[in-house]
Design a protein around this ligand. Structure first.
Ligand SMILES: Nc1nc2c(c(=O)[nH]1)N(C=O)[C@@H](CNc1ccc(C(=O)N[C@@H](CCC(=O)O)C(=O)O)cc1)CN2
Ligand SMILES: Nc1ncnc2c1ncn2[C@@H]1O[C@H](COP(=O)(O)OP(=O)(O)OP(=O)(O)O)[C@@H](O)[C@H]1O
Length: 184
C-alpha cells in the first residue's frame, strides 16, 4: 500500500516541469515567508532538494540573507539516523548515495535537535491530518520522535490526498504549505 502511494507521489513530483514547476515553487516560497513559523524561526532544518523535489535552494539563500541558520541532514544508514549540520555555503556539500547532497562533516558544525526551530519535512504524499509518505527510510519518523519544535512540509496541492495509511511510529507534520497557501 505505502509502496504504491510512494510511486504515486514520486510520479506527481516528476510530472512537474518547466514554468509550472517554477511557479508552484515560487508560490510555496512566498507563502512560507509570510508565516510566523518562518519569521520567528532562527534556525531552519531543511534538505538539499533533488531535481524532482520542491526546490529548497531559494529558501536556504533567503534564510542566510535574513541572518538565519540553516541545518542540513546527513544520513547514517546503519542506524537509519539523521544528524543535522549547520551549512553556511553550498561549498560545504558533497554528493553521496542516490545523488543526495549532504553536509561535509569536517566543514560544518553539528546542530542539536533543540536548536532547530523549524523543521521542513520532505515527503511524497500528505493527508489532512499531517500523515505523510516519505522515501521509506523512516529517517524523519525516527528523528521527529523527540523533536520539540515546529514542523512544516512543502508540497503541491496534488500531493495532498484524503487519507494516507499510517503506522504507530508515523509522526504527522504540524503544517502543510502548498501553492494555495498554508493548508493547515
Ligand atoms: N533531498 C532530500 N534529502 C533527504 C531526504 C529527502 O527526502 N530529500 N530524506 C528523506 O527522508 C533523507 C534521505 N532519505 C532516504 C530514504 C531512503 C533511503 C534508502 O536507502 N532507501 C532504500 C529503501 C529503504 C526501505 O524501503 O527500507 C532504497 O531505496 O534502496 C535513503 C535515503 C535525508 N535527505
Ligand atoms: N521510530 C521508529 N523506530 C523504529 N523504526 C522505525 C521508526 N519509524 C519508522 N521506522 C521504520 O522505518 C521504516 C520506514 O518507515 P516509513 O515507511 O514510515 O518511512 P517514511 O515515512 O516513508 O520515510 P521517512 O520518515 O524517511 O520520510 C519502517 O519499516 C519502520 O519499521
Amino acid at each position: 500500500m505505502k509502496k504504491e502511494l510512494r510511486k504515486m507521489g514520486l510520479d506527481i513530483l516528476k510530472s512537474l516541469v518547466g514554468e509550472e514547476r517554477s511557479n508552484i515553487s515560487t508560490e510555496i516560497e512566498k507563502s512560507l515567508y509570510q508565516t510566523d513559523l518562518w519569521r520567528q524561526s532562527n534556525v531552519i532544518g531543511v534538505t538539499i532538494s533533488q531535481v524532482h523535489e520542491i526546490n529548497t535552494y531559494p529558501l536556504i539563500k533567503k534564510a542566510w540573507e535574513e541572518g538565519k541558520q540553516v541545518a542540513i541532514p546527513k544520513c547514517f544508514p546503519k542506524q537509519n539516523q539523521l544528524v543535522f549540520y549547520q551549512l553556511t555555503s553550498f561549498d560545504e556539500l558533497e554528493t553521496v548515495f542516490y545523488g543526495l547532497k549532504e553536509p561535509i562533516v569536517e566543514k560544518t558544525k553539528k546542530l542539536h535537535k533543540n536548536d532547530i526551530d523549524l523543521m521542513i519535512v520532505p515527503g511524497l504524499l500528505f493527508d489532512y491530518n499531517g500523515y505523510r509518505i516519505g522515501y521509506g527510510g523512516g529517517y524523519y519518523d525516527r528523528y521527529l520522535v523527540d523533536f520539540p519544535n515546529y514542523t512544516v512540509a512543502l508540497a503541491t496541492n496534488r500531493q495532498l490526498i484524503e487519507e494516507v495509511p499510517y503506522d504507530v511510529y508515523d509522526i504527522p507534520v504540524q503544517h502543510l504549505i502548498t501553492e494555495s497557501g498554508m493548508r493547515y
